[in-house]
Design a binder for this molecule. Structure first.
Ligand SMILES: *Cc1c(COP(=O)(O)O)cnc(C)c1O
Length: 402
């Protein structure tokens, strides 16, 4: 809120790629009274959410739930499975990959970041090549971001697993799913991921405050001899308490009540329908962007993110000016450019809980913001989006597959 306008009438459009709008049903579940975290009702809640969240990760193994932002679960993944000085191979998809790498270095690991262009997905072949050169198996983990939220590029995690296996390398595979979980298909067991990292405030439709580690048997085995110091993040204590229906310390009880409701909503809709809804919204958004005459930050047609679209502005034009117009004139928040994309791109979030009306409202308001900001664009983006959502766009039209 700016100092000059104390009240903006109407619903705020929180069109960020996280945090996302929390649906009323989830808010009401969170608003229910806090219960005793050592009592029988809580035990039932624990069993229900721990079981339900496995279905979201598509794993038969345990999922750990922390009272933290996604960053905490990044750290937890590393400190539980690795030892000081371990080499870790990462891939520079964008800002979030860079942050995870920085975290790894700060806590005493030796990350190596394969350089990327912030416009294309993880190159699994480059990972395979680097692993084949690591004859001594110094690299203990490969860490990749499934959906790079700074660029709107989604990577093929199963291909990374294949590259590791084909190189005959024993490294663990860790995947950051913070912005893809519950929005883009993810198959923890089938894809052979050892540690997956999630967060609550994106596709899961919750406020910030919960994070996740999904574990493979190999990750749990590695944790038994992993030498990084840890206490609060320790999987062992958590798994032991969870097995009894509890947590080793006071959990985020109300957020867990919300998580139970969010999982129920996704089960009612069906996960495949949730994923398809995200794909449609992304296609409609890309159709609008193409009509406006802009590129997308993602330049690999097979890697467009279903959860957000990052739109670079033509040289000399400020993306932040568009975001400011969206906020001041349309009561809508768009995502800002991160790192090297600061003021270069704005990001349109289309994830979590949304209808066609919200998608179209977001696109129309973005189009209006371009006009308010004085950015030259070709009109008709909203119509292009309607054509996609109503199935009337020609195959091969912008945003659609050929
Ligand atoms: C949001 C995000 C994070 C960081 O999560 P926080 O909850 O802000 O700590 C990490 N990785 C990706 C891909 C994200 O989108």
């Amino acid at each position: 809120m700016s100092a000059t306008s104390s009240h903006r009438p109407g619903a705020h459009f929180l069109q960020l790629p996280g945090p996302t709008t929390t649906p009323q049903r989830v808010m009401e579940a969170i608003a229910r009274p806090t219960i005793n975290h050592r009592g029988p009702d809580f035990r039932d809640l624990t069993v229900e959410v721990l079981d339900g969240i496995k279905g979201i990760f598509k794993t038969a193994g345990p999922v750990i739930i922390y009272p933290s932002s996604g960053t905490g679960a990044w750290e937890a993944a590393l400190v539980n499975a690795l030892s000081p000085g371990d080499a870790v191979l990462m891939y520079e998809t964008g800002w979030f990959a860079t942050l995870w790498c920085r975290l790894a270095r700060k806590i005493g690991l030796e990350p190596e970041l394969i350089p990327g262009d912030w416009r294309t997905p993880v190159d699994a072949a480059a990972i395979g090549e680097r692993l084949r050169a690591d004859k001594a198996h110094r690299i203990k983990a490969v860490c990749v971001v499934h959906n790079e939220t700074s660029t709107g590029v989604t990577s093929d995690i199963a291909a990374v697993r294949r590259a590791i296996d084909e190189a005959g390398h024993p490294a663990l595979l860790m995947a950051d799913l913070v912005s893809s979980l519950a929005s883009v298909d993810y198959q923890h067991d089938v894809w052979g991921v050892d540690v997956a990292v999630g967060g609550s405030q994106k596709g899961l439709m919750l406020p910030p405050g919960l994070s996740f580690n999904a574990l493979s048997p190999k990750a749990i085995a590695a944790s038994k001899s992993a030498g990084m110091r840890r206490s609060y993040w320790d999987w062992d204590e958590m798994l032991e308490a969870n097995a009894r229906g509890f947590f080793p310390y006071t959990p985020a009880i109300n957020l867990l009540q919300g998580l139970r409701e969010a999982i129920a909503m996704m089960q009612e809709e069906g996960l495949d329908a949730v994923f398809a809804r995200h794909q449609r919204a992304a296609q409609a958004t890309r159709a609008a962007v193409a009509q406006w005459g802009f590129e997308t930050q993602c330049r690999d047609a097979a890697a467009h993110s279903p959860v957000l679209t990052a739109v670079p502005m033509p040289d000399g034009l400020s993306a932040d000016a568009v975001r400011e117009a969206a906020l001041e004139r349309c009561n809508m928040s768009l995502g800002n450019g991160l790192g090297q994309l600061d003021d270069r791109v704005f990001r349109i979030g289309h994830l979590g809980d949304f209808s066609d009306a919200l998608v179209l409202g977001t696109i129309a308001a973005t189009e209006a913001a371009l006009a308010f900001a004085g950015v030259p664009y070709r009109a008709g983006g909203t119509e292009a989006a309607i054509a996609v959502l109503t199935g009337q766009a020609q195959r091969g039209a912008p945003g659609l597959a050929a």
